[in-house]
Design a protein around this ligand. Structure first.
Ligand SMILES: NC(=O)C1=CN([C@@H]2O[C@H](COP(=O)(O)OP(=O)(O)OC[C@H]3O[C@@H](n4cnc5c(N)ncnc54)[C@H](OP(=O)(O)O)[C@@H]3O)[C@@H](O)[C@H]2O)[C@@H](O)CC1
Ligand SMILES: Nc1ncnc2c1ncn2[C@@H]1O[C@H](COP(=O)(O)OP(=O)(O)O)[C@@H](O)[C@H]1O
Ligand SMILES: [K+]
Length: 506
């Protein structure tokens, strides 16, 4: 799913109105119906005493008024609060206000105008609040009377659901000024870029998005560097196995991993590589890892280093279809030199994780040796060690895109919405996964999956997108059974099979 900027969304909006064609007020009605259909399922009437819709005077407020009317039709008790802080009212706001006034005349809805925080009501505990104050039309940081109202609302204990954008959040740049702290945000058509960055979680809460029928051909024609990885993208990538396929066609991965005390990382990655479907896997480990690897992963072959404790040398690189290096590797000098030598002599995309990235962070000159099309999988700390500190996630995302382009590599920045940046500067944000995956070894599993997919001749971009999605999906299935708290990296490997099954049914 493509993510558009606010300006592009406005253009898509106008294009849809002109070419569907549809009246602007009817598009608002369709958007509001989409919201309402979701809302009534999420918050059944029986669970809340009352819904209070707080509206601005722009189109976000217009949506709020339409939603108030639609909820009343569905039997909800509805009150509407209109913020009287400006004289600028949009036409569609006015039309919807007229329609709600008709309900007020029938005593079906209460409407109240509010000009300051002192005029805000005391909400009951069972009341749910819908934030339709401002949406994508925010054009300056919120201060003054509106800021006071937002602070007041944030102090209330009520569940808050934002329409399209939580009031005060800038969708395409860092947010400053007062904001509503929503528990849920229902975004029209696609999530906004800001929703994908952790600093905004506090305002956005859990977000969902659904199509309001904007022109898909127009959206497809718009240039945007941002995508959200949903099942439609993954479905196109996933390849079913051929009836006559055999292990020879699924590649032979070499994983260079593990050091004394950190052999578990190699085990997790190797198991994940196998579960991701590799034909053959060889793990290169120091001598101390021999027995543990042979015992823990009987399916894997073991290549032994000359050193007892760390990685120092590996032979026969050309015979492997894919190489992944770094999990639990250590950053000792001889390992550093061995990595440098390898990078200079490899000529195909390689997966670099953990200590391989930490070593690169210590020796930035070596970035140019990384084979083009390789995949780097830093978590934010490793990213910082490689590329330096940033102020916020917009800046980090810019830096990530720039570095991916500069070095011709894929950079997977791991986190709640893991982001894959491509050598072309495009970003794909993952939609699967949960906080249960914040557990030791989760990243090693991802590295194993990526090596397994590359071995099966998924190209690097396909491997990145499918890899992060299926890794998160395994995490989501595992969390449903095991709970987020108890989820371990080993569970991610164990549930990978169920994730593939789910993928096949998409
Ligand atoms: N294609 C779609 O997705 C569709 C989108 N739709 C909906 O339209 C929404 C966008 O509507 P919009 O453009 O009318 O802007 P909106 O968010 O209501 O705000 C405008 C008002 O904000 C005010 N204002 C701004 N900053 C402020 C500040 N700091 N402090 C105080 N005031 C401030 C500004 O005031 P002014 O600058 O004039 O003083 C103006 O009055 C979008 O989010 C979605 O809900 C759907 O209806 C259908 C299809
Ligand atoms: N809150 C979260 N939501 C979704 N995925 C998460 C979350 N926290 C962590 N993850 C995922 O778990 C993995 C953690 O990787 P990493 O930090 O490298 O772990 P380790 O170094 O222990 O292997 C990443 O793939 C990341 O995307
Ligand atoms: K809003």
């Amino acid at each position: 799913m493509k993510i558009l900027s606010t300006t592009q969304t406005r253009e898509a909006d106008a294009y849809t109105i002109a070419h569907e064609p549809i009246l602007s007020i009817d598009l608002m009605e369709r958007a509001s119906r989409t919201f309402t259909s979701w809302f009534v399922k999420k918050f059944p009437k029986s669970t809340f005493e009352m819904v209070s819709v707080i509206c601005g005077k722009g189109n976000n407020g217009g949506d709020g008024l339409a939603i108030a009317r639609l909820l009343e039709e569905r039997g909800y008790d509805v009150a509407v609060f209109i913020l009287n802080l400006t004289d600028n009212e949009t036409e569609d706001f006015k039309t919807n206000l007229e329609r709600v006034r008709q309900l007020q005349d029938l005593n079906k809805v209460v409407i109240k105008e509010v000009s300051s925080v002192e005029e805000m009501p005391v909400f009951g505990g069972d009341e749910i609040l819908i934030d339709a104050m401002l949406g994508s039309g925010l054009n300056r940081p919120i201060t003054g009377a509106l800021a006071d109202i937002l602070h007041f609302l944030n102090e209330c204990e009520n569940t808050v659901v934002a329409v399209d954008v939580p009031t005060g959040v800038f969708t395409d740049m860092p947010t400053v000024g007062a904001c509503i702290e929503a528990d849920y945000t229902f975004a029209f058509e696609f999530p906004k870029l800001a929703f994908l960055f952790p600093e905004n979680f506090h305002y956005v809460g859990d977000f969902v998005c659904a199509s309001i029928g904007l022109d898909q051909k127009y959206i497809a024609s718009v240039d945007s560097p941002y995508y959200y990885i949903t099942s439609d993208i993954v479905k196109r990538i996933y390849k079913r196995r051929d009836k006559f396929a055999h292990k020879g066609v699924f590649g032979h991965a070499l994983l260079i991993m593990g050091s004394y005390g950190k052999m578990g990382a190699a085990i997790l990655a190797t198991r994940a590589c196998l579960r991701a479907g590799v034909g053959l896997v060889t793990v290169h480990v120091p001598i101390c890892g021999y027995e543990v690897m042979q015992t823990a992963v009987p399916e894997a072959m073991v290549s032994l280093d000359e050193d007892r404790f760390i990685f120092t040398k590996v032979y026969d690189l050309p015979k492997y279809s894919t190489i992944a290096i770094g999990c639990g590797l250590s950053t000792k000098n001889r390992t550093r030199n061995a990595l440098c030598y390898m990078l200079k002599h490899l000529n195909r995309p390689t997966v670099l994780d953990a200590d391989a990235l930490n070593i690169l962070g210590q020796s930035p000159d070596w970035f140019e040796y990384i084979p083009k099309g390789s995949i780097l999988t830093p978590h934010p700390k490793e990213f910082e060690r490689m590329f330096g500190k940033v102020y916020d996630n917009f800046e980090r995302n810019e830096l990530q895109r720039r570095k991916a382009q500069e070095f011709g590599v894929y950079i997977i920045l791991k986190g709640a919405n893991t982001c894959v940046a491509t050598p072309e500067g495009v970003c794909y944000f993952n939609s699967t996964g949960n906080p249960g995956m914040g557990t030791a070894g989760s990243g090693d599993v991802l590295t194993g999956i990526l090596a397994g997919l590359l071995s099966q001749e998924y190209d690097p971009l396909e491997a990145c997108i499918l890899g992060v999605y299926i890794h998160g999906l395994a995490g989501d299935i595992a969390a449903e059974v095991e709970s987020e708290e108890s989820l371990t990296a080993g569970d991610l490997v164990n549930y990978l099979g169920k994730a593939f099954l789910k993928l096949r049914k998409l």
